[in-house]
Design a protein around this ligand. Structure first.
Ligand SMILES: C[S@@+](CC[C@H](N)C(=O)[O-])C[C@H]1O[C@@H](n2cnc3c(N)ncnc32)[C@H](O)[C@@H]1O
Length: 334
């Protein structure tokens, strides 16, 4: 229609276009409710509040711990206060679930089938999704799924494929920028050979939430949350096989990344897995959110890139799967 074409040519300046409603899925018409009830276990409502003395203590400690790791760039007070502690697994800055690229129902469905296909270790069966703490879920092939579950499955599959996680006699992992302990929970459920999984972070709320989450999931015999001001000392007495940094370095300053790399190289951590944010929807560059590449910084500390691979092995899924990016696996040169 002539009028629609005219309007579309104007709208294209704003990245918009008019389309016939009949070509849209229901979720694109805004007719599907996306909000889900907040399900909380007993005690969570009372404990997860900003006045909690433990959180206050961590805030005090982190504020006097003057080092390059704690200079906020993305994780400012305002950013942290943008989500409620009780819904820490919800669609928020820890794991975007409806606002990242390819986060519609159909993308979740595709990604769930992809995860099932690659899941030779049965990670999906070892890790269920219980829908707690505000996580955004769908049911696909009778399984409750979330981005938390799918991302963790795809990440662990990648690490198994390239590092053989299940073959380690005793697997010792350090998670830098561990958020609420998403991968710690999934890894311990998936691999019985994990002997120690350390979660650390430079944001007090994240440390507070991971402490709570680890305790709630009863993982304390394997997972330890190490506050920022204790991590250097802890690594002097502990061997780590693999450090992971997932969607965290991209949200740090270069100085903070350098602070962490110095610690990793000093502790002779052999393997380093980094997942950058993909502002270009591809993650082709190991970059900060600003677009600045930090790969040379990683190399400066002796880490050599061994594998760079798309998050999804199938190019079609990499195009349409939930939150595509690239995975980077580095190894410390001896
Ligand atoms: C997008 S969240 C990802 C959380 C977790 N890695 C995951 O994938 O579920 C980013 C994490 O980086 C942490 N973070 C922010 N600045 C940091 C810094 N300077 N050093 C270490 N972690 C930082 C945040 O507290 C948050 O836990």
């Amino acid at each position: 229609m002539f009028l629609a074409r005219k309007i579309n040519s104007l709208l294209s300046f704003f990245g918009l276009t008019i389309v016939d409603k009949s070509v849209l899925y229901d979720w694109q018409k805004g007719e599907v409710a996306t909000s889900q009830d907040l399900q909380l276990p007993a005690g969570a409502f009372e404990y997860l509040n900003t006045e909690n003395p433990r959180l206050q203590e961590l805030r005090r400690r982190y504020s006097v711990f003057q080092d390059n790791a704690s200079i906020p760039v993305v994780w400012t007070d305002e950013y942290v206060q943008s989500y409620g502690l009780q819904s820490f697994r919800g669609d928020n800055c820890y794991v975007w679930q409806t606002r990242d690229p390819n986060c519609a129902e159909i993308n979740y469905c595709l990604t769930a089938y992809y995860a099932q296909k690659i899941d030779t270790l049965g990670l999906l069966d070892k890790n269920c999704e219980d829908g707690l703490f505000g996580v955004h879920t769908y049911t696909v092939d009778s399984r409750c799924i979330s981005r938390d579950l799918l991302d963790s499955t795809v990440e662990l599959h990648f690490l198994e494929k390239h590092l053989g996680l299940s073959q380690f006699e005793e697997l010792r992992i350090l998670d830098i920028g561990a958020g609420y302990g998403r991968l710690a929970y999934r890894t311990v459920n998936a691999f019985s050979n994990v002997s120690s999984y350390l979660c650390t972070d430079a944001v007090p709320e994240s440390t507070f939430l991971s402490e709570y989450h680890v305790k709630f999931r009863a993982l304390e015999n394997k997972v330890t949350v190490v506050p920022l001001d204790e991590i250097e000392k802890r690594l002097q007495n502990q061997t780590i096989d693999l450090a992971v940094n997932i969607h965290s370095f991209s949200e740090c300053t270069l100085e903070a990344i350098e602070w962490w790399l110095d610690i990793l190289a000093g502790a002779r951590v052999k393997h380093l897995f980094i997942v950058p944010n993909a502002s270009d929807h591809k993650g082709e560059k190991l970059a900060l959110n600003s677009g600045e590449d930090f790969s040379s910084l990683v190399e400066k500390y002796g880490y050599k890139l061994k594998i760079k691979a798309p998050k999804y092995e199938d190019p079609m899924v990499q195009q349409y799967g939930v939150s595509p990016t690239h995975y980077y696996l580095y190894q410390l040169e001896s």
